[in-house]
Design a protein around this ligand. Structure first.
Ligand code: DQA
Length: 143
């Protein structure tokens, strides 16, 4: 089964982001981890990254139309993009929100997620392993 894994702004620059917050993997290593972990449970992961809100909205429309499950790390859009939330709400297949860091343990502006309310569940704070946990959660949801 195909899944789409969407990564939001600045996640392709994990190589220069604070590794004590986001973990040790660069983006291409994270992408490989997601692909390998997906294969193990029988998913084919289409892993994407964009810094652009409109592009992410387009990908969510595509997932809604094709009924493809989604794992999303909306990055900073998590905290304020009602447009991404409204697009995510169109999905009829599961949506899992992930974060490398634990936003609740960080600055106050990160304590709000406008996405969580339309996700089946949210996994935060486990570094790259958040994605592995999300893949396994999706597998359990889909049976
Ligand atoms: C993040 C947390 C967000 O607050 C931040 O803006 C990011 C990454 C995470 O994965 O921990 O860019 O989504």
């Amino acid at each position: 089964m195909k899944i789409i894994v969407i990564n939001g702004p600045n996640l392709a620059r994990l190589d220069i982001r604070d590794s004590s917050i986001y973990g040790d993997l660069n983006y291409s290593e994270l992408k490989s981890l997601i692909e390998t972990s997906s294969k193990k449970v029988g998913f084919e992961a289409d892993v994407r990254q964009s810094n652009d809100e409109a592009t992410i909205i387009g990908w969510l429309h595509e997932a809604a139309d094709s009924k493809t499950p989604v794992i999303i790390n909306p990055a900073a859009f998590t905290h304020y993009s009602y447009a991404i939330r409204d697009a995510a709400e169109l999905l009829t297949t599961p949506l899992i929100e992930v974060h490398l860091s634990n936003p609740m343990a960080r600055e106050e502006f990160r304590h709000t997620s406008v996405i969580s309310g339309v996700a089946n569940g949210t996994i935060t704070g486990f570094g790259p392993n958040s994605y592995v946990l999300a893949i396994n959660a999706l597998k359990a949801l889909l049976g």
